[in-house]
Structures are given as C-alpha cells and as structure tokens.
Ligand binder design. Structure first.
Ligand code: APR
Ligand code: PHB
Length: 403
C-alpha cells in the first residue's frame, strides 16, 4: 500500500484538493500534475478496496486520448481489445452494428475500469505524489469563499489542508455533493424497476464482440475483459439476492436469453465475482459551487446499458483539468466559469442515450406484449436503417467534446 506522504502539521496547503481516488479523481490529479499543478488526493477507502471494485470497461476514443495525454495509456494499448462493432439480439436473431463503418472509422476499447485505476495509481505513486488512503470523516470547508479547506482524520489525528479549489470526485455516495446546501441544487432522478446481476468468469467470451440481448425473460449482456475472461449481466428483480443465484442458475438463465448460436457458444465456469447493482439515472445541477467542482459519479449516474459512466467522468475531468490549468497558467477563469454548463450539455446527451438503450432492451413491469412488439420493431428498424444505426453508433462510440 502507498504510504501517506501528507505532512501532519497544520498550515499545509496545495493548489487543488481532490476528494476520491476513483478514476475521476486520479485522472484529474495526473493531468494536473503533468501541467505542474499541485494536488493532494483524499480517499476514504484503502487502496486494496478501491482496486477490488469490479466496474464496467468500455472506453470511448476521447477517454483513450485523455489517458494517453495523462501518460497512462501504454497498458491499455497493449492489453485492451479494440471493438469495431456490437451485436443486438432480439426475436431469436443476432444483428451486428458496424460502429466503425457507421462513424467514419471510430471504435471503442474494452479495458476494465479497475485496470485504469491501477495504472493511474501506479503513475501517481511513481511520481511520489501525496494520496491519503483511509482518510476518515473528510469535510469540506469554506468553498463559497476564496480560501477553502478540507479536513479529515488519519489514524485518529485531525488533519487540515488549505487549497485554492476542491474537486469533488467522490462518487455518488460521497461527501462533496452532500456538503452543498440543498437549496443550491436541482436534482433530476429516475430509478429503474430492476437491477443487473453481473458475473465475472475465466471463460472465453461468447463472441468477439459484445451482445446486447432483448428477450421476453429480460435483458442480457455478454461482455468481456480479455480473450479468456468474460463478463455477463442479467436483468433481475430489485428484490433478488445474489445468494439465490448459483453459478449454474446464472449460466442457465443467460443461455435462455441468447440467440441459438450464442447459447451454443457459451462456455461456463466458476464465477470469480457475482453481484447485483440497481440501475439509476441521476443528474445534479449545477456542477460548480464557488470553489468546489463536482466531477464523475458525484454529479451524475447513468444506467450501465450505454457504457457511459466512466466516459462521462473522463469528459468532466478533461474540461476541469483544462480549466484549472488555464486558471494557473493564464490567470483566466473562463474555463472554470463555463465548466458546469459545458459538462452538463454532454452529460444530458449521455443520460438520454443511456435511458433510451435501457428502455429499448429491458422488460419493464408494464411492458405488455404490445410494448415488447414495439421494442422489437424499433430494434428491427435500428439494424436495417443506416440513419437509425448511425445515431446509435455515434452515441455509443462517444459524442465529440467541445473545444
Ligand atoms: N471521502 C473520501 N473519499 C470518498 C468519500 C469521502 N467521503 N466518499 C466516497 N469516496 C471515494 C470512494 O471510495 C471512491 O473510491 O470516492 C471514490 C469515487 O470513485 P467512483 O465511485 O469510482 O467514481 P468516479 O471516479 O466518478 O468514477 C466514475 O465509476 O461508478 C462508476 O459508472 C461509474 O464508471 C464510472 C466511474
Ligand atoms: C462491462 O463489460 O462491464 C459492460 C460493457 C458494456 C456495458 C455495460 C457493462 O454496456
């Protein structure tokens, strides 16, 4: 574990205090470091805990570019799998969407978020930069005034850090958004009446590309982490418990929800991990409060169907890093002032896309036979109309960033 190299004395200061060592916080820290901006990262969990979380793994081109810019893209290029297409399965048949052809040569890369986090941690550690793991009771102070501070407990001792800005990169359950007076926030939220049961296994993927399956029994997704490690999901009830699903139950149910060729190709094996996650759409506006800037899951959540969570965190971080660098290098706050609105324009498009993919592919409690026929008709239109397929493809590979 990386030792905390943060000094215990009071009077310590940095330029940007970053709360949360997930991909948003660590990527921001790395981009700022490369531009000579000082940061301290405060993370409430241990490094092992952060690295133990299994998350999604579809990386848009703009996210790949940002990881390259941060100097942490080497392993992603070596080990990540470039995907030029995805498959949509419905009514017993599978149809390929050629993302590459539909978007003028763009693609996504399969590389686990956990691996990105590992690469970012290694870069920060190699540069000897301060990260405090197991920082308890993190609190944000005075971010509506010129001299904000953060405090926390470390090994029972109270620590404090003065800074110019605070980046709230502490995820959906973090303290940053919760520190803002509720009257200053507008919250937009939708909960879905189902969850995803995920399973990771050292078995070869069903196919070279991801399969998103709409089935009368519920949605299924066949994804992967490598040519020998597969990641699958099943739509399940929110009342379901993971203990109720044996590995065999999972594989049997997955097989039922796939097209015959995929069901035939499915190789089963013991699970390495199994878990249930609820699906949620959530946006808070604005994403800036004085000298506090929210980024990533702290400000917005998407259901995983569109594979946008990590990519949105990365685009926030791109805007925020450039804005902070501009502040220090050019004494201009134009980027900081534009940050929230600029992020939210992209966030809402990804919210729309993720909601649409979720609506199209899942069985809702009120999806009657008529509703299911409408889903199939839309899917059929999608795979046969170049215009409709292009709209899906350009959202899936990632919408362009603003300059
Ligand atoms: N103090 C310090 N750290 C905290 C606190 C707190 N009070 N609360 C949460 N954290 C830490 C969490 O332990 C976690 O390591 O903040 C980090 C937030 O990381 P993520 O949840 O991974 O969020 P983010 O970096 O925005 O990444 C977004 O994660 O959930 C996925 O789909 C999402 O892929 C997307 C990505
Ligand atoms: C994953 O591999 O975990 C994954 C892939 C695509 C999604 C969601 C999750 O849409």
């Amino acid at each position: 574990m990386q030792a905390s190299s943060f000094p215990s004395r009071t009077g310590a200061r940095t330029q940007v205090a970053i709360v949360g060592a997930g991909p948003a916080g660590l990527l921001l820290a790395q981009l700022l470091h490369r531009a000579g901006v000082a940061t301290v990262v405060l993370e409430q969990r241990s490094q092992e805990h952060v690295l133990g979380r299994i998350r999604a793994g579809i990386i848009e081109q703009v996210t790949q570019d940002l990881l390259d810019e941060a100097g942490v893209g080497q392993r992603m290029h070596r080990e990540g799998l470039v995907h030029h297409g995805i498959a949509l399965a419905f009514a017993g048949r599978r149809h390929r969407l050629d993302l590459h052809a539909l978007t003028g040569g763009r693609a996504v890369r399969v590389y686990g978020q956990t691996e990105i986090t590992r690469d970012l941690m290694a870069a920060r550690e190699a540069a000897g930069l301060p990260t405090v793991y197991e920082a308890a009771e993190v609190q944000l102070h005075g971010f509506d005034a010129p001299h904000p501070r953060v405090s926390w407990r470390e090994g029972g001792q109270l620590r404090e850090l003065a800074c110019d800005f605070i980046a709230g990169c502490d995820g959906f359950h973090g303290i940053s958004r919760a520190s803002v007076p509720p009257r200053a926030l507008a919250v937009f939220e939708r909960l879905y009446p189902f969850g995803w049961l995920g399973l990771l296994a050292d078995t070869p993927p069903v196919s070279d590309e991801l399969i998103y399956s709409n089935h009368a029994r519920g949605f299924a997704l066949c994804s992967m982490r490598s040519p020998t490690r597969s990641r699958h999901y099943l739509q399940c009830s929110l009342a379901d418990r993971v203990e109720r699903w044996s590995d065999d139950d999972f594989w049997d149910e997955l097989r039922r929800r796939l097209d015959p060729a995929a069901a035939e190709a499915l190789v089963t094996g013991p699970s390495l991990e199994k878990g249930i996650a609820p699906l949620r759409s959530f946006v808070v506006e604005p994403m800036r409060f004085g000298r506090l800037f929210l980024a990533g899951d702290a400000a917005h959540i998407v259901p995983p169907t569109g594979a946008k969570g990590l990519n949105l965190a990365a685009s926030d971080v791109r805007y925020l890093s450039r804005a902070l660098i501009e502040h220090y290098a050019e004494r201009s706050d134009a980027g900081l002032d534009a940050y929230s609105a600029r992020c939210l324009r992209r966030v809402w498009k990804a919210e729309r896309f993720s909601w649409h993919m979720t609506s199209l592919l899942h069985r809702f409690p009120d999806t009657d036979d008529f509703g299911h026929k409408l889903q199939e008709a839309e899917l059929d239109y999608l795979v046969h109309s170049r215009a409709a397929a292009t709209a899906l493809a350009e959202n899936y590979v990632g919408l362009p960033l603003e300059d």
